[in-house]
Design a protein. Structure first.
Length: 176
């Protein structure tokens, strides 16, 4: 197809420097890019920098959603804070430790990290929300039966996992 265009005289000429459709490179903020003949280590550093910024942004997204629980009471805080903690652990140890030691949001993260504990109130809220969502999906929406069955299977596996986690941290052994 390219040869036909060339033979018919319909081909694009390269743009000149004066008619550049984009602003000059100094005006465009950009990520550090390796040179054309860069070593694999330099390319890996750029990829690492980009992925760190993406993980960092994802951490703040999860943190913002978890903090939105102040306004939206049915939004689960602890799972979103755990996701934020996970994303921050891949991007910034400073923000990971900040969230881990936060006076409001850190307790749930520490309980999960140290003992895999989910508080009884959080379990009850999670399972109640799953049942309410499945009820709505099954009776009040036009979802196909297989969609409801898949949602029920996923919710049942989530409820099973939640119910098997302890509700309180284990008590340390007392010295006698």
């Amino acid at each position: 197809m390219y040869r036909r265009r060339q033979s018919a005289g319909i081909h694009k000429t390269p743009p000149t420097a004066s008619a550049a459709p984009y602003p000059p490179p100094a005006a465009v903020p950009s990520l550090p890019l390796p040179a054309v003949n860069a070593s694999p280590g330099e390319v890996a550093e750029v990829r690492t920098a980009v992925s760190r910024w993406l993980w960092f942004a994802l951490g703040w997204l999860f943190f913002g959603l978890g903090a939105a629980r102040v306004v939206l009471p049915l939004l689960p805080t602890t799972p979103l804070m755990l996701l934020a903690l996970w994303a921050f652990s891949k991007s910034s140890q400073r923000f990971r430790s900040w969230l881990f030691n936060h006076r409001v949001f850190g307790k749930g993260a520490r309980n999960w990290h140290e003992n895999r504990v989910i508080p009884a109130r959080a379990k009850a809220l999670a399972i109640t929300t799953m049942v309410a969502s499945l009820t709505y999906l099954g009776f009040f929406s036009a979802a196909p039966w297989w969609g409801v069955a898949c949602a029920a299977a996923l919710m049942a596996s989530g409820a099973l996992f939640i119910s098997r986690c302890p509700s309180t941290p284990p008590q340390p052994p007392q010295a006698s």
